[in-house]
Design a protein around this ligand. Structure first.
Ligand SMILES: *Cc1c(COP(=O)(O)O)cnc(C)c1O
Length: 502
């Protein structure tokens, strides 16, 4: 069966999976969604004994139906290889009474690697399938994590170039070092003299600039985005929820058909939406628990049915969840509106103009699969401290948000189902906040020094990805002013060098 995709803002037109991946965002500004969420065609009993790569194929073949078996398997093999520091790819750790699904064993030690290690291959395969012959240029603005994960994913992938812009003084030392030491002849990293908003607006302007697209087109380039709304990022994230359930079954932690709960530290709503898709595919998941930090716009939405971004933006110690517009929520709104594109467009228009919308009581009733909670900065700190003290296991700040929300949920609801917590970053990545939560004496100490101390107290090895940056050569030192981003891109691509104004 050939599964087609349509935009959340227009039900008329359908595209194939490879077209949706190549385009990223629909022309009407909507997100691509499958016309129906497919069911798994293998039994849980079969999944139980599958490797991560085999599970990935079992899930992705249901969604990317215009890829051949050989194409899809090649993408999977190139993505989930020894870039990960464990053959399990996404291992489960039982700590206290929860199962931590560790999604941070890839190249940049955060969960974005799970999707960004395969997206470049899905994208280049999609380009070939659609006879798009131009070289793909990925432009990304980053506040830290996405940029490095995209760089690592696209490095040395044939037929692609990647250019990342980051705010010169707006990322952590570890994050900056991770980016500027990136290898790969097709990678470029540019520090801009401005903040993240400047970087993001600059990149957005380039995407909307038709003249630039034409100039680049003539030189054989086509711009594309590695943004988290690409369906090629969402589908690979379903895999680890299927895999986790199968492994719990294999290890006899649960019996076949037993329902589990899943808790996800949430920002853009991509990761938890993938868990929801896993449930629709047939994985016995009872509650999807959405965990927010102090930017609790999603918590409020699940409580009241009102999405209201008109509030102060709070900088927290879990920066990858500091988000007021959760883009992927649009896919859920579309589903609970009965796949009514016009109605969904209305909500998104209200969000754009007023910053707020309210779903109907009927729609809100469709959200009963979800529960939500949030954790304050103080609670996050206490949680990291307590888990370490009780068990010796160290969680990062994002995962701690989920741990805390899980504990409060279990206590308040009395729901004692086995629970998987999505563990989205290695504690090494946020070593400063993590160590000062464990003991105040670490407060203000140099992050690079704290790495050894974290290794010592947790009895874990410093991940290769982090160890390398301490000695790695800096390969990128380009900087530019905010109003010179387009020129910089052209210079990097060697476009227009000797051509005067026409
Ligand atoms: C991106 C990110 C999140 C949020 O995931 P979404 O899919 O955007 O909800 C949580 N934790 C970490 C460490 C991240 O990098």
């Amino acid at each position: 069966m050939n599964l087609l995709y349509k935009s959340t803002r227009n039900s008329e037109k359908t595209v194939t999976a490879s077209e949706a991946i190549l385009k990223g965002l629909a022309d009407d500004g909507g997100l691509f969604v499958p016309t129906a969420i497919p069911k798994l065609s293998v039994s849980l009993d079969t999944l139980k004994n599958m490797t991560y790569q085999e599970t990935a194929y079992a899930v992705m073949k249901e969604f990317f139906t215009d890829f051949t078996e050989a194409e899809l398997k090649a993408c999977i093999a190139k993505a989930y290889d020894d870039k990960f520091d464990t053959e399990e790819i996404a291992p489960l750790a039982k700590v206290e009474d929860a199962y931590y699904l560790e999604l941070f064993h890839g190249a940049t030690i955060a969960f974005k690697d799970m999707a960004l290690s395969i997206l470049p291959h899905l994208l280049t395969t999609s380009a070939k399938k659609n006879q798009a012959e131009k070289e793909i240029v990925i432009l990304t603005a980053t506040s830290g994590d996405t940029g490095k994960a995209a760089l690592a994913g696209f490095a040395d992938v044939e037929g692609t170039k990647i250019i990342v812009f980051y705010p010169k003084d707006g990322v952590s030392r570890v994050q900056e070092l991770q980016m500027v030491t990136q290898k790969g002849s097709n990678t470029s990293v540019v520090a801009i003299h401005g903040n993240f908003d400047n970087a993001q607006s600059g990149v957005k302007e380039m995407f909307e600039n038709k003249k630039l697209a034409e100039e680049l087109g003539q030189a054989g380039y086509q711009l594309s985005s590695a943004n988290s709304i690409n369906i090629g990022r969402l589908v690979p994230q379903i895999v680890y929820y299927v895999y986790a359930y199968a492994k719990l079954l294999l290890n006899e932690e649960i019996t076949e058909g037993e329902e589990i709960n899943v808790v996800v530290p949430t920002g853009n709503f991509g990761n938890i939406l993938a868990a929801y898709y896993a449930k629709q595919m047939g994985i016995p998941i009872a509650k999807l628990i959405c965990a927010s930090n102090e930017n609790k716009v999603l918590f409020d939405f699940f409580q009241t049915g009102v999405y209201d971004k008109n509030r102060d933006f709070i900088l927290t110690t879990s920066p990858s969840m500091d988000i007021l517009i959760s883009s992927n929520l649009e896919r859920l709104i579309y589903l609970i509106s009965g796949q009514d594109a016009r109605r969904n467009s209305g909500f998104m228009q209200e969000l754009k103009t007023e910053g707020i919308y309210k779903v109907s009581g009927e729609m809100k009733a469709e959200l009963s699969d979800f529960a939500a909670g949030y954790a304050t900065e103080e609670e996050v700190k206490q949680t990291i401290h307590d888990i370490y003290k009780n068990t010796g296991y160290v969680v990062d700040t994002h995962t701690a948000v989920a741990s805390r929300v899980y504990k409060a949920y279990a206590e308040d609801s009395g729901d004692s189902r086995k629970t998987v917590i999505a563990s989205t970053a290695s504690p090494y990545k946020f070593v400063g906040s993590v160590m000062s939560a464990i003991d105040d004496k670490y407060k203000g100490m140099d992050e690079l020094e704290l790495l050894d101390e974290l290794s010592r107290i947790s009895g874990t090895e410093i991940p290769k990805a982090i160890d390398e940056i301490r000695s790695a050569k800096v390969c990128h030192c380009e900087e530019c002013d905010v109003d010179k981003m387009e020129e910089t891109v052209k210079a990097i691509l060697g476009v227009n060098k000797n051509i005067g104004e026409k």
